[in-house]
Design a protein around this ligand. Structure first.
Ligand code: THU
Length: 132
């Protein structure tokens, strides 16, 4: 699948990053089961622990609008490399992903790699573990 639009949306969302403390801008764009796109950026706080990552901003926007299945998520942090999501965000992505969800790690609009959930969070604890 061509993820150009999703990648561009993630890069655009990164521009809205509120990161006066770390100065580390992150953007994300989620593609829902019915092909809607929700974007998000990291939002920091003077009380550092209240910071919200870009991935969770985008996912929570989608979920709060009724979309709980993610087809793909594009993430862009440091534009000189492919930034992987933090551990908390990997867990949140896992909650709303399937075996075929694509995790797109973006360096720039022409350079991104695609991973599966199983590659970035093998053996994830999910709802299946609660109902065994
Ligand atoms: N950050 C994200 O937005 N996503 C990640 O997966 C890793 C970290 C943000 C949080 C904080 O605003 C800044 O990057 C530095 O940790």
């Amino acid at each position: 699948m061509d993820y150009k639009e999703l990648v561009l949306k993630a890069l655009g969302a990164r521009e809205n990053s509120y990161s006066p403390y770390s100065k580390f801008k992150v953007g994300a764009a989620v593609l829902t089961e019915n092909d809607l796109i929700y974007t998000g950026c990291n939002i920091e706080n003077a009380s550092y622990g209240a910071t919200n990552c870009a991935e969770r901003t985008a996912i929570y926007k989608a979920v709060s609008e009724g979309h709980t299945t993610i087809k793909a998520i594009a993430i862009v942090g440091d534009t000189s490399t492919h930034t992987y999501p933090c551990g908390i965000c990997r867990q949140v992505i896992a909650e709303f992903s399937t075996e075929t969800t694509d995790i797109i790690l973006v360096k720039n609009e022409n350079d991104y790699i695609v991973k599966t959930m199983d590659e970035i969070l093998p053996g994830a604890f999910t709802k299946k573990d609660l109902f065994k």
